[in-house]
Design a protein around this ligand. Sequence first.
Ligand code: FE2
Ligand code: FE2
Length: 233
Amino acid sequence: MPNATEDLFTPIHKGLRAMIYALSSRLQTNDFADLAATEALARDLETDFAIARSAGCAICILHHHAEDEELSIFPETARAGSPIVNGLIEEHHDLTRRELELGRAAQGILGLTEPAQRIAAGIALNAMANDLVVRYLAHMNREEAELVPWMRERFTDPQMAAMRGAIIGRLPPDRLFAILGWMLPSLNLTELSDLLLAVRPGLPPPALRAVVDLCEARVDPSRWGAVKARVGL
Ligand SMILES: [Fe+2]
Ligand SMILES: [Fe+2]
């Protein structure tokens, strides 16, 4: 038994949780009578996944995350006999359906001319989003609670690192940096320091510079200061 320590889910899920909390906060405080503010909110609920014109749109990131797991992690776990992978994929399909409904509902609000109509539709949009959020959070909890320990018993750390490498290798830079923009500020001092120490030797200087700049811009300044001191940046 490998008894590995890698965790392919929790770090990225931390970023997704932060993004979901931020989106929920914006949704419940949005003034749907204000069309310009509602248009800006709807851009975060863009569902044109294929074009992903705004790679940073929250719904796109949620959708792509599930796709990344299905392409690079779940085939390996299915081959190794995981009893829960099919259930997780079914949950992905349900989440995608709800993401699309939410995006369509947001677009629909933009077509309403009366502020009172938009306010009423905004209440329904919040309820729909709350429903998606509780399911997405429960899904991530399940992956962490059930799949992480299961994989540690069956895969070595290098095998799991290769799965993560496959995900990162397939990500276009705009998607990679959109996800890192949520993930890096969501890691604690030790996690962020360890991550930077792990990736630094393999990154070309411009890529390392881009990651450091992103941390500079997004990570809480006091935590980033402590990380820099620990990593020697
Ligand atoms: Fe998933
Ligand atoms: Fe996940």
